[in-house]
Design a protein around this ligand. Structure first.
Ligand code: TRP
Ligand code: ZN
Length: 863
């Protein structure tokens, strides 16, 4: 156990930085293992006289410090492991520091590091302090100018803003000069230097300015950047139309890198992307990849306003930029790809990741009040629940008042580092509404449960609804208060006609009653339409009501939800040894009818056909027995595959796309339905089904069909699996992004020998633990998406994960910490398993030199 206890940072301790940094001049002399960074900060005191200047700085070799050109002697400053302090400084001065850093040795992938022979940076949240001494906090905005000097073998030298000069230097070296006219916090700084191919285009903004667009990729990869470029142009246009936001520089650049801790980063004018979220062509990328590329390109672009022009006062306000930006990218995707399908996918992610987080030891409010390492708070709660809060705000205020509030926010806070309170105040002011009770959504952790009991009086034609809410305690928050929950409700008749249009009922107390008159027929309740709030809903609906919704609800989200709820209840009944065989047949019948409904799209049918995932089922059955859930789910899959065999084989055949590949939503929807049929048919692996699946895999001309085929063949196991795995490896071993898929597909293998095989794969020549994509493809995929094998009764799955966490923590703490969550859920599992999970957490905690990142999460997971 480490002996020094790191001190948490608290929201209530916020105080402004006592100096303004008016300009920041950086000069980089790039060398792989010894890069020199000179920083000249124009400093002006804005706080009390006499206060010392303290800058952040970590892992820096300090070469010199000067004030107004006068070198300081060693007794005029203090440099410790985390800070540089100069006690006596004038009210206005230029501070010059010179440091040396080692990008080649940096495997943490924050700050300045090398990936594939190129220099690149990742500064959010606190990476800039490993590049130079600076007040590395989001509320210190400065105008940056940057000079980069490097070897000629690195032809592209990039930073934020506009390129103002470039040229040759002595030897084989050259330089570039960049000026960013917009003041920005240090976390938005970026630098890239390397040999790259560039794809160029332009965009004319709504005021008629022409913006040059450039995407930089690995040499030879340019043709794979066209979809990202197209997505970017659509996102730029959409933001003008939907939010009135125009781009502000003359140049917008994106660089793709292979080694990256997260998805992508919104650095001003120079976004940096994980190559998995940028590069795509039909042969190597799936429809899911295309979809994510479109969403993430938009997300990072949208940050230019929600994050960059208006940034966060401190990191507790992270949801101010992330929740809002996720809401914006989800709205964009809904417009690009269809609102209902997009909403269902977004809710699936919300439940699988955020509801799970909220139900465990790492539950925290959307605006937390303390942290050890801010890196640990880039969570589903901040992002996904943060977006849900904005969505509720829009539902409560209406589209028009919501837009007015956004306009006011952009106008009032442009150029500032601000808070969630200031943001909400704009909506209260623009709408004239009192939003004081709404703020609790930001401060209270946990997923509320809403129960609705209905009572219909046929004689009086009155429907009475009894609505209640409650939220279970979460760490540090034993007592919960009532939140304002918008619940969209409509009514259908028993034969599926609309009886009453959607109305939004706001449940803002523990309990309330709604009385609806003039309900002429016995109603079926369609509640929480379009998932109008991030809650768990319990109603007294009977299965027959759910079949009405599945067949007829005009709200497609609830149509899907009805099917999911029916399936969920059947699986849970089987998992506790009480299978409802008649109910299962009935479900297969109902599903079959929905699948032949000509009025609904293939993409929607694909979602209907997918049973609730094992992680979702785990969340609602306590104590969780992953093997029992897996077997029960499989049994229902097999029953559907047998019962609907002819229909599934027919649809599977019909969904075959002839002709040229198109990544658009319609074509992708057809492939998704084909894949959903393949998944079902693999649960009934007789010769005919197997021949079809193998045939499809062999004939696949795009990665979507190929991966769905590979998954199906792997799940069949035995020689079928082995030859598919070998064939795929042979075909794709030189394509890193495809090899990630190869590892991930095997990590999802449901067969009994999968754990040993996964452990064996860490010895594979292609397994690179220093590359986060590869590591996550194998280790995270296994721990999150293969519960039956991860929760092996021997505890070997847990031991494997803990070993990986410890070895990765030695060089990349941020990525190691993100692997802890699957063990953190130990309390919800059956006691034999829970004890083994806890044992591995304890083993991690006892390790002598854990990073702060891992220490924080492991401690919370055990508490
Ligand atoms: N701001 C980025 C986004 O959401 C997230 C991000 C990228 C990040 N890289 C990071 C956060 C590294 C922390 C550390 O778009
Ligand atoms: Zn973001």
């Amino acid at each position: 156990m480490r002996t020094d206890t790191p001190q948490p940072i608290r929201l209530t301790d916020y105080s402004p930085f006592p100096f303004a940094i008016e300009t920041t001049r950086l000069v980089f002399e790039l060398h792989p293992s010894a890069t020199r960074v000179r920083a000249e900060l124009a400093v002006r005191r804005i706080g009390a006289a006499g206060e010392a200047l303290t800058l952040n700085g970590e892992r820096l070799k300090l070469m010199s410090v000067a004030i107004d050109g006068q070198a300081l002697s060693a007794n005029q400053y203090v440099a410790d492991a985390e800070h540089l302090t100069v006690h006596e400084v004038p009210d206005q001065f230029v501070l010059t520091t010179e440091v040396e850093i080692d990008p080649l040795a940096n495997k943490a992938l924050t700050g300045l590091y090398m990936s594939g022979g190129r220099f690149c940076t990742q500064c959010e949240a606190e990476g800039f302090r490993t590049i130079t001494y600076f007040p590395d906090r989001p509320d210190v905005l400065s105008r940056f100018s940057v000079r980069i000097e490097a070897d000629g073998g690195l032809p592209h030298l990039l930073s934020n803003g506009n390129l103002v000069d470039q040229g040759a230097l002595e030897g084989s070296r050259h330089f570039a000069e960049w000026v960013d006219p917009f003041p920005k916090p240090s976390y938005l700084f970026a630098l890239v230097a390397g040999d790259l191919d560039v794809v160029t285009d332009s965009f004319v903004t709504m005021s008629g300015r022409e913006v040059a667009l450039k995407i930089f990729v690995d040499p030879g990869q340019a043709s794979r950047a066209t979809y990202a470029l197209d997505s970017l142009k659509r996102a730029m246009k959409w933001d003008e139309e939907a939010f009135g936001r125009e781009y502000d520089l003359d140049l917008f650049m994106i660089v793709a890198v292979r080694d990256f801790n997260f998805g992508a980063m919104e650095n001003k004018g120079l976004n940096i992307f994980n190559s998995s979220l940028l590069l795509a062509d039909p042969q190597t990328a799936t429809d899911a990849d295309y979809e994510r590329i479109e969403a993430v390109v938009a997300h990072e672009y949208f940050h230019n306003w929600t994050g960059n022009r208006i940034t966060c006062r401190d990191w507790f306000q992270l949801c101010l930029k992330e929740g809002f930006t996720v809401f914006r990218d989800q709205s964009f995707s809904a417009d690009m790809r269809g609102a209902a399908v997009q909403r269902i996918k977004d809710v699936r992610v919300l439940r699988a990741r955020q509801f799970a987080e909220d139900a465990g030891p790492l539950a925290h409010p959307v605006r937390p009040s303390s942290y050890l390492k801010i890196d640990n708070f880039y969570t589903a709660t901040i992002y996904e629940k943060g977006s849900e809060i904005i969505r509720m705000l829009k539902t409560l205020l209406g589209a028009e008042a919501f837009r007015k509030g956004c306009d006011l926010y952009f106008e009032r806070h442009d150029g500032q580092a601000t808070t969630v309170e200031a943001f909400i105040a704009c909506f209260a002011e623009a709408s004239g509404r009192d939003l004081s009770n709404f703020f609790a959504w930001y401060e209270q952790a946990g997923t509320p449960t809403v129960t609705i009991a209905s009572d219909y009086d046929a004689d009086a034609q009155v429907l009475t609804l009894d609505l209640r809410q409650s939220t279970a305690p979460t760490p540090g928050q034993p007592a919960k208060k009532a939140l304002p929950i918008p619940i969209a409700i409509g009514l259908l008749s028993l034969d599926g006609e609309a009886l009453r249009d959607t109305e939004v009922v706001v449940l803002d107390q523990d309990a309330m009653t709604v009385r609806w008159e003039g309900v002429s027929k016995p109603p079926v309740l369609s509640a929480l339409r379009n998932f109008s709030a991030p809650v768990n809903l319990k109603t007294d609906a009977r299965p027959s009501d759910r079949y009405v919704l599945l067949a007829s609800d005009t709200d497609l989200f609830n149509r899907w939800e009805a099917g999911q709820t029916l399936a969920r209840d059947l699986i849970l009944a089987r998992a506790v040894g009480k299978p409802d065989e008649v109910g299962e047949e009935r479900y297969a019948e109902g599903l079959g009818r929905a699948l032949v409904d000509d009025a609904s799209e293939p993409a929607f049918k694909a979602l209907l056909l997918a049973l609730p995932s094992e992680p979702d089922l785990a969340l609602i059955s306590e104590p969780t027995d992953p093997q029992a859930l897996h077997d029960a789910r499989d049994a229902l899959r097999t029953r559907i595959a047998v019962h609907l065999g002819d229909l599934l084989r027919r649809l599977f055949g019909e969904m075959q796309n002839e002709g040229e590949f198109s990544p658009d939503a319609q074509a992708a929807g057809r492939r998704a339905l084909g894949a959903a049929c393949a998944d079902m048919l693999s649960a009934d692996p007789h010769a005919d089904n197997l021949a079809r699946l193998t045939g499809r895999y062999e004939a696949a001309r795009n990665m979507t069909d190929m991966i769905s085929g590979l998954n199906a063949l792997i799940s069949v196991g035995g020689a079928t699996r082995d030859s598919a795995v070998a064939h795929f490896h042979q075909a794709w071993r030189n394509e890193p992004l495809v090899m990630d898929k190869w590892f991930a597909a095997q990590a999802r293998d449901p067969n009994p020998d999968a754990l040993d095989r996964v452990i064996g794969l860490t010895q594979n020549a292609d397994f690179e633990p220093t590359n986060p994509n590869r590591l996550r493809a194998l280790v995270s995929t296994f721990a999150h998406f293969n519960p039956a094998r991860f929760h092996d009764p021997s505890g070997a799955g847990y031991r494997f994960l803990a070993d990986q966490i410890l070895s990765v923590d030695a060089f990349n703490p941020m990525t190691a910490a993100r692997l802890i969550e699957p063990l953190g859920a130990w309390r919800r599992y059956k006691p034999e398993l829970g004890a083994l999970m806890r044992q591995e957490l304890e083993r991690i905690a006892a390790h002598p030199d854990l990073s702060k990142n891992v220490l924080e999460l492991v401690t919370k997971s055990l508490a």
